[in-house]
Design a protein around this ligand. Structure first.
Ligand SMILES: [Fe+2]
Ligand SMILES: [Fe+2]
Length: 282
């Protein structure tokens, strides 16, 4: 079983195939349920199965998977038992993996049945298994994992210390680089979710301008597929493994027709990237 967290990946063809899964939003696993709240049970069951089906479908594809990146909102309520379950499922794949925090990993929304603005946000401490300022080195790439969450808030930030760390890592290694974080760093034309992106994204982009070898940024949080370009960087967002949000809507809306999904990234040995979304088979 690969040790956690993974720091280095080497493959026979020097290409790295990354599976990104994001926004699992799991509640207490059904095996561990102690109450008989059937509405909670239904939601737990659906999201838990959806996450596990995503992994199963992705890993049964005719493609080698070298790394699984889980980009935040692993849980919908911060409880160690839920992380225990997620880590058990990921470890069973026998593939190196890494997990970073999203807003739901550091904040409980009390009253989640209420409209968004009526919920109370309660800060929680981050599970120690979630990584921050973590590097994964591959033969031809440098992967930089950041925790963009702010305790007790929905929006994210890349702190001055994070920017300093990114600049040091990008200066020290001229391999093509990928940054993975939960919150989006480019607006996606939905006012409500763009209110909750990385708050200081302009400052981040100013510092990143110096690094032409920064090629790719991947994030979650917006529960939809998006591809944007800025400063020579391709910026990907990825559907959730559970429910999806409607693209290009200024007010909160679910996209109930969109199926759970995941992203593949093939990081080539020539600095090029191929990436695409897959959706769960119905
Ligand atoms: Fe989410
Ligand atoms: Fe989020």
């Amino acid at each position: 079983m690969p040790s956690y967290p993974v720091n280095k990946i080497s493959t026979p063809d020097k290409q790295v195939n990354v599976l990104q899964v994001t926004d699992l939003h799991l509640s207490t696993p059904v095996d561990f349920m102690t109450d008989n709240d059937s509405s909670n049970l239904d939601e737990s069951t659906i999201y838990q199965h959806s996450f596990e089906k995503v992994l199963q479908q992705a890993l049964s594809a005719d493609m080698r998977c070298d790394l699984i990146l889980v980009t935040g909102d692993l849980v919908n309520e911060v409880k160690p038992v839920i992380y225990d379950h997620i880590f058990k499922v990921l470890q069973a794949t026998d593939i190196p993996f890494a997990c970073i925090a999203g807003n739901h990993d550091v904040t409980d929304e009390v009253g989640s049945h209420l409209p968004f603005l009526q919920r109370t946000l309660v800060g929680r401490s981050t599970d120690p298994r979630l990584l921050s300022q973590h590097v994964i080195e591959t033969d031809h790439w440098q992967l930089l994992l950041l925790d963009s969450s702010i305790t007790g808030e929905v929006a994210g930030e890349i702190t001055p210390d994070d920017i300093d760390w990114l600049c040091k890592r990008l200066s020290a290694c001229d391999k093509p680089a990928l940054i993975a974080l939960h919150h989006h760093v480019v607006p996606v034309n939905s006012a409500w979710i763009d209110n909750h992106m990385v708050e200081n994204s302009e400052r981040f982009w100013q510092y990143m301008a110096a690094f032409e070898h920064l090629k790719v940024i991947i994030s979650g949080h917006i529960h939809q597929e998006q591809v944007r370009y800025r400063q020579g960087v391709t910026v990907y967002s990825t559907p959730s493994t559970c429910y999806q949000f409607m693209p290009n809507e200024d007010s909160f809306a679910y996209d109930s027709d969109a199926l759970p999904g995941y992203r593949w990234l093939q990081l080539g040995n020539n600095g090029k990237v191929a990436s695409w979304i897959e959706r769960l088979d119905t």
